[in-house]
Design a protein around this ligand. Structure first.
Ligand code: ATP
Length: 357
């Protein structure tokens, strides 16, 4: 069942069109990530669901009810912010129960909800402390605890982990996901970090300039990006893009400057100019071409080597697992499985459709 639905939602700030014709259905219990570059409208979209921003047109429904005119506190959603937004003069316990006390929830009920949330989040020992006496990860847990005690229908997370260092961030990522598995509550999670989105969410929504570029399960976006923007945004390190031309028979593509062609698994219009997309992890050194490049930079981290090379005038990045035998200035031949070659229209950036056979 759909828990949150947005239909043709537009949002203007004065003349600025911040959200453009957003259609989004979020199933009950789903974990959805909103990703995209800075300023693409992720937080605005989240805030419209929370009711912190009004929309200019369209409709938002939560649990079947139209909420356009319903104020935030009556939407049964709880938001967890990047800044934690804890009250510095209140203990962890007071912070966590604040909204319940405002709602005049009974003392036994507050105690039960607090105990359950504190145990879930491993905060039992910290209830008497003040926010300044907590680590970043603990503060973030209190912020989540404050959301959990409200038993909301929908959790809204606005970059909750971005103030944490890399290691803690990875650990908290696992914790938030585990929490989701336990509570099974619908969650919408904003991040500009595509790895966070890919590893945490069942459904990823990629936004650019206030518009949804593509949405779907994370690996579908990786395997079948709808356009060059999504192809470049999803996946790390980023996909290589090279100008190229489809060969005479339509079943191969010649990268500009290269002599040999890359075989394709489908047929495309012969002679058409295209942009080829090749993921660094899909390119493999081979005895012979089809791509030839000179190594310019090697970044080895022990478990893999990220290598930059000059492919006859185009920069090309590829990954080798483990140690690499390559050295700077070596000439390397690279190949790729035909099914992993992506092709884009150089004018629109859209993924090219094969000719129907
Ligand atoms: P970031 O990752 O940098 O937080 P975001 O994708 O969350 O970015 P939003 O905060 O949703 O982006 O902002 C989307 C656009 O709307 C931006 O261009 C921003 O400048 C603009 N914007 C946001 N709030 C307002 C406002 N109150 N008035 C005018 N413009 C705004």
């Amino acid at each position: 069942m759909e828990q949150v639905t947005l239909r043709s939602v537009d949002k203007y700030y004065g003349d600025f069109h911040a959200l453009k014709d957003i259609d989004l259905s979020i199933d009950n219990g789903a974990f959805v990530a909103l990703v995209g570059p800075s300023g693409c409208g992720k937080s605005t979209l989240l805030r419209t669901i929370a009711g912190l921003e009004t929309i200019s047109s369209g409709e938002i429904r939560i649990a079947g009810e139209r909420v356009n005119e319903i104020p935030p506190r009556r939407r049964n959603v709880a938001m967890v912010f990047q800044s934690y937004a804890l009250y510095p003069h209140m203990t962890v316990e007071r912070n966590m129960t604040y909204s319940l006390r405002l709602r005049r929830t009974s003392k036994p009920e507050i105690d039960a909800l607090l105990k359950s949330a504190a145990t879930t989040l491993g905060l039992d020992e910290l209830l008497a402390r003040y926010p300044r006496e907590l680590s970043g990860g603990q503060r973030q847990r209190v912020a989540m605890g404050r959301a959990i005690v409200r038993q909301p229908e929908v959790f809204l997370f606005d970059e909750p982990l971005s103030n944490l260092d890399a290691e803690l961030r990875t650990r908290m990522r696992g914790e938030v996901r585990a929490l989701h598995e336990r509570l099974q509550a619908t969650s919408v999670y904003v991040t500009h970090d595509q790895i966070e989105a890919m590893t945490m969410a069942d459904h990823v929504v990629v936004l650019r300039f206030g518009r949804i570029e593509q949405q779907g399960p994370p690996l579908d976006l990786y395997d079948h990006p709808a356009n060059k923007f999504v192809a470049g945004f999803i996946g790390s390190p980023a996909m290589n893009f090279l100008p190229a031309t489809i060969g005479r028979n339509g079943d191969e593509v010649v990268v500009d400057g290269q002599l040999a062609s890359l075989p394709l698994s489908r047929r495309f219009a012969p002679g058409r100019t295209v942009e080829v997309g090749l993921r660094p992890e899909h390119l493999q050194p081979r005895e012979r071409g089809p791509l030839v490049a000179d190594v310019t930079v090697i970044e080895a981290t022990g478990n893999q080597a990220y290598i930059l090379a000059d492919a006859r005038g185009q920069q090309l990045a590829f990954l080798e697992q483990g140690r690499t035998a390559l050295r700077r200035n070596d000439t390397v031949a690279l190949g790729i499985d035909p099914g992993l070659v992506h092709l884009f229209d150089p004018d629109t950036g859209d993924t090219l459709r094969p000719l129907s056979s």
